[in-house]
Design a protein around this ligand. Structure first.
Ligand code: NAP
Length: 276
């Protein structure tokens, strides 16, 4: 007996979406997006690929009429020159996580910033200052979302950290120096993969920093309770979840392709379903 869902729903008219990253086996995007597709009863299918050559992969998707894709590590920056046009936020963040084939034109968007804004929305007025660990695309999106607030940027690679800190008027502190000081900041953000399932180091944020702050935001969403989140709970801090960021950026990407706008409750119910 064929798989009933595929047998009934996938046909020659099915519109194709995917995520491109390398590695990609850890990605939660296929189950989340396929659940959305099913809820809205669309004739779409969302897959995952780990190409070595991004340019060839994009040419292939275009040739076989893919509707769009999510772009993840390590391609979020390399995709920029392959796009025909990008929205204004992409110009600031310099990273793309969602593409849409609009006829012959490839459009690039960054929905990570929508995820960040949604995750911070309840607290934004109480956040005067922040410290971000990391200097990659996610850290850059955070800096754009918190533009004009004071802050500290901590990064392992000095040149990259200093460059981003300077661009957003932040103070740079090296990862090795970070345990030697205790800054007075409202929000701490982990924008590195540290704490993710499979990583050898569980946290890089000094405990003294956590004790002093008010809000802790870990962008890592797998596991949903990281070592950093555990410590934040232990010290009675307000925890901002990487899961909320993930679900909100996914909802925004989905609406880029479909014009449908799934609310956070729908996204949360999908998350509960696929993680239980
Ligand atoms: P990225 O561009 O590759 O940047 C990674 C950053 O983490 C770099 O600054 C890197 O430092 C630092 N880093 C990596 N491994 C480290 C280690 N072992 N110790 C200290 N620093 C380390 O990645 P990204 O796109 O910014 O994403 C970063 C993380 O954010 C992801 O891994 C993911 O966990 C999270 N994220 C979550 C969502 C969500 O929806 N919740 C969305 C996007 C990203 P160097 O400069 O020294 O290499």
């Amino acid at each position: 007996m064929p798989n009933e869902i595929l047998y009934r729903s996938v046909n020659a008219q099915t519109k194709l979406l995917c995520v491109l990253g390398n590695p990609i086996s850890h990605s939660f995007s296929p189950p989340v997006m396929n659940a959305l597709i099913s809820i809205y009863n669309l004739n779409f299918c969302y897959l995952a690929f780990a190409p070595n050559d991004l340019k060839k992969a994009i040419e292939g998707l275009k040739e076989i009429n893919f509707l769009g894709a999510n772009i993840t590590i390590p391609f979020k920056e390399n995709i920029l020159p392959l796009c025909d046009s990008v929205d204004q936020l992409v110009e600031e963040i310099k990273a793309i996580n969602t593409i849409w084939f609009d006829g012959e034109k490839l459009q690039g968007y960054n929905t990570d910033i929508d995820g960040i804004r949604s995750a911070l929305t309840d607290y934004i007025d109480q956040i005067g200052s922040y410290a971000v660990f990391g200097a990659g695309g996610a850290a850059r999106a955070l800096c754009v979302a918190l533009k004009n607030k004071n802050g500290i940027l901590v990064n392992r690679t000095e040149a990259k950290g200093k460059k981003l800190a300077e661009e957003f008027g932040l103070e740079y502190i090296s990862l090795t120096d970070s345990p030697k000081i205790v800054p007075d900041i409202d929000l701490i953000v982990n924008a590195t993969p540290v704490g993710m399932a499979g990583q050898t180091i569980s946290t890089i944020v000094p405990t003294s920093w956590i004790k002093k702050c008010t809000f802790v935001f870990d962008m890592v969403y797998n596991p949903s309770v990281t070592k950093l989140v555990e410590q934040a709970i232990e010290y009675h801090k307000n925890v901002i979840s990487g899961v909320k960021m993930f679900l909100s950026q996914a909802a925004k990407a989905f609406s880029t392709w479909t014009s449908l706008e799934p609310d956070l409750e729908i996204m949360r119910s999908i998350w509960r379903e696929i993680t239980n």
